[in-house]
Structure formats: structure tokens, C-alpha cells
Design a protein around this ligand. Structure first.
Ligand code: SF4
Length: 338
């Protein structure tokens, strides 16, 4: 009789209790405060929140590119395919960046070298990681350009000869040149026109299928989340305050902050309806409130919210919320937005 043991597949990315600080002359900026994230192979997770929530710092921490000093990864673990990146030497990280994990930034010009032909910029990454000859790397670079919808012969051009959308395609070609298992995209379409945005998103979706890669999509735009994400983590003041599937977050919203993000979106059915922005501002990360960080802006705040930090409460195995309105016995019903 044979024994069957089932072991859970190793996720592409698993972050546990990540804490990142910036130690400045004016005090300690608490950018990421005990963050947990998990992305399975081939899945896309949207990391959503306002500016200053700690989203970009999280992306940079995965690549171990948090500027040191003043940035310090104080605690936690970041496992990529089962290996803790926080235990790697800088030399080992150089081999991992671009090969196993790549990042695309909002402004393509921050990633492109203005005085180098675009095919050379792609080929450099290929030559470094795949140990091909320069001519082979150049040939693959032109193939990558074709893959992102740019004729290979345009590879001899410089970045300024491309439009914004085309430049972002070049950046995507560089990021995917060595078929990384994880692609981190930080607001990749924010700087583009709406129609170009849609094309770039479609391209990313197609490439995700082709390469079977996992994606971490950092965005403030819930429209993009609907387009491309399987899972959503809502981030506030350096923590994930609600996490679930697209369906959970959109149809079974539990956290008042998530509700606030939805209420601040334009209503297409009632075009005259006024936008309801979330009142107030994100708290100063160098001076976070002692209890729930959302407390000063929350319409549902109770006494306990001012003093105690809420812990995770699970509605389902995959959907959790950090909010004192809920307990394990009382999370079936939505108590906000009624
Ligand atoms: Fe609002 Fe309290 Fe929930 Fe924070 S814990 S979101 S203050 S109800």
C-alpha cells in the first residue's frame, strides 16, 4: 500500500512580518510595519493604497534595494521560491535581480539610459544573466522588442526617439528579458494616456500567460486591479489591512478604508453623484497613532481603536481584515457602508 503525502506548493513570494524603517535626522519613519504577503505561481497580487502607504518600499525591499542608510530592514523574511532573500549576500542578489525578479517603475526614463541604444540596454541584461555572446544577446534583445510590439529594427534607436508608451514597452522587454519568476510593477501605467495604459496592461497580461510568471502590481488604481489581479492586498500605513480575492475585496468589503477607496471612485451609473474622498490624510509615518492607524479618518472608530492595534480576523481562509469592528464570530455580515 502506497502512502500519499501532499505537500503544499512553494509560493513564488512569501513575505512575513516585514518591518522597514528610514532612520532620518528628524526621527524614524515607520514605512512598513509587519507586512505579510503571499503570491502563488502564476498569480497576480494587487498591492493597493494611497501614496505613502509603504507600497514602493515593499517592492524595493524584495529586491533589497531599500537605500541603506537611511533605510533598514529591521525584521521579517522575504522568501522567493523558498529562499530567504534577506539572508543573501549582495553578490548573490546581483544574480537574482533581473533573472529571478524584476521591477518596472512608473517613469520609464528612470529605468532607461538616455545615451544607450535600446537594444544594447536589453542585450546587456541578457548577456549578464544568460552568459550568451554579445551577438546572441543582441539577437534575443530584438526578439524581445518584437514580443512587446516594437519592430526589432528600432532597437538601434535611443529612448528619446520613442513615445511614452513605447518606452514603457522597452522597460517591460528589459524586465522580462531573462524570464523572471516574479515581476514587480510599480504604477507601471500611471504616466501614460488612458488608451496607451490599456494597451500596456493587455501586453502585461499576455506576457504573464506566456511566461507563467507571478506579478506584484503596486497601484493606487482599483480599475487596474480589476483588469489584471487575482488577489488584492489593501495597504495602509505600512500594513495590509484587508486581503482577499478580487471577489472578496469588491463584493465582500470589510475594512472601512477599503470602503473609502471604493467610495472615492467615480460612479459610472450615476454620473452626477459626487465623489466621496476619504477625509483627512495618511498619518505621519514617523508618528503613527498608538491604536489603529486609520482611526483619525474612520467614521466607525470606537474607544478601543484609539488604544489597541487590531489583529487579523479571517472571514474565509483567504480573506482577512484588521479592524476592531469584526471578530471571528462576527465577520459574516458587512457592518460598514449600510
Ligand atoms: Fe475604524 Fe476602528 Fe476599524 Fe480602525 S479598527 S478601521 S478605527 S473601526
Amino acid at each position: 500500500m502506497s502512502e500519499h503525502t501532499t505537500t503544499a506548493p512553494i509560493p513564488t513570494l512569501e513575505i512575513k512580518n516585514l518591518v522597514v524603517e528610514y532612520r532620518t535626522e528628524d526621527g524614524i519613519v515607520h514605512a512598513v510595519n509587519g507586512l505579510d504577503l503571499r503570491i502563488e505561481k502564476g498569480k497576480t497580487l494587487g498591492l493597493v493604497g494611497e501614496t505613502g502607504a509603504g507600497k514602493t518600499t515593499t517592492g524595493l525591499a524584495i529586491l533589497r534595494l531599500v537605500a541603506q542608510p537611511p533605510g533598514v530592514i529591521v525584521d521579517g523574511s522575504i522568501h522567493l521560491n523558498g529562499e530567504n532573500l534577506l539572508m543573501k549576500s549582495e553578490k548573490e542578489m546581483e544574480k537574482i535581480r533581473g533573472k529571478q525578479v524584476s521591477m518596472i517603475f512608473q517613469d520609464p526614463m528612470t529605468s532607461l539610459n538616455p545615451v544607450t541604444r535600446v537594444e544594447d540596454q536589453i542585450a546587456e541584461v541578457i548577456e549578464l544573466h544568460e552568459h550568451l555572446s554579445w551577438n546572441e544577446s543582441l539577437a534575443k534583445a530584438r526578439d524581445m522588442l518584437e514580443l512587446v510590439g516594437i519592430p526589432g529594427e528600432r532597437g538601434v534607436d535611443y529612448p528619446h526617439q520613442f513615445s511614452g508608451g513605447m518606452k514603457q514597452r522597452v522597460v517591460i522587454a528589459i524586465a522580462l528579458a531573462c524570464s523572471p519568476q516574479l515581476l514587480i510593477s510599480d504604477e507601471p501605467t500611471t504616466a501614460l494616456d488612458v488608451t496607451i495604459q490599456a494597451q500596456v496592461l493587455q501586453l502585461m497580461k499576455n506576457l504573464r500567460e506566456k511566461y507563467q510568471m507571478s506579478m506584484l502590481m503596486i497601484t493606487h488604481d482599483l480599475g487596474i486591479v480589476v483588469e489584471i489581479c487575482d488577489l488584492v492586498s489593501i495597504m495602509y500605513a505600512g500594513r495590509v489591512v484587508e486581503h482577499g480575492s478580487l471577489e472578496d475585496i469588491f463584493n465582500n468589503t470589510r475594512h472601512p478604508y477599503t470602503e473609502g477607496l471604493f467610495n472615492s471612485l467615480p460612479n459610472l451609473e450615476d454620473r452626477k453623484a459626487k465623489l466621496k474622498p476619504i477625509k483627512g490624510l495618511m498619518p505621519d509615518p514617523s508618528n503613527l497613532p498608538p491604536g489603529c492607524a486609520f482611526c483619525p479618518r474612520c467614521d466607525y472608530a470606537m474607544e478601543i481603536c484609539h488604544t489597541d492595534k487590531p489583529g487579523k480576523v479571517y472571514r474565509t481562509e483567504d480573506h482577512f481584515v484588521e479592524c476592531h469592528l469584526y471578530s471571528e464570530q462576527n465577520i459574516g455580515e458587512k457592518v460598514i457602508g449600510k
